[in-house]
Write a new protein. Sequence first.
Length: 148
Amino acid sequence: MRRLVLILALFALQACTGESNLPNPTGKGTIRAINGIEGSPNIAFLIEERQVESVPFKSATAAQRFDDFEYNFNFQVVVLGEAEARRVATITQKIDPDRDYTFVLTGNLFAPTVTVWEADERSFDDAATVFDVRFAHVAESLGTVDVY
């Protein structure tokens, strides 16, 4: 019996030492989400099935960096009276190194439009005296915005 356990343990060890079939990342990109659905409850922003952050209306999640793979980004809400969170949107997006992706939800809560804004990541050194500002206005019911 001990010999059988030893042989099985050796087979298991051999199986764990082989080369991985998973791809190797070549860099990281930045992701975030904006909730532009007026009157909506907080919307959970998930990468695959892992929650990144929950975002209220007129807000954005913090930027987070992920490996340069293709992911399913999911959005779900908790509806009063329902036992489980309801998935309201899923979008598949390839993350490229040194790129910045903003997922913007607009329209109807139960049939939202997901728009992806994509830009180069900006990097600043410690002595930089400039900054990068982005303005977004996605809620049609709020009217126009003047920026000075």
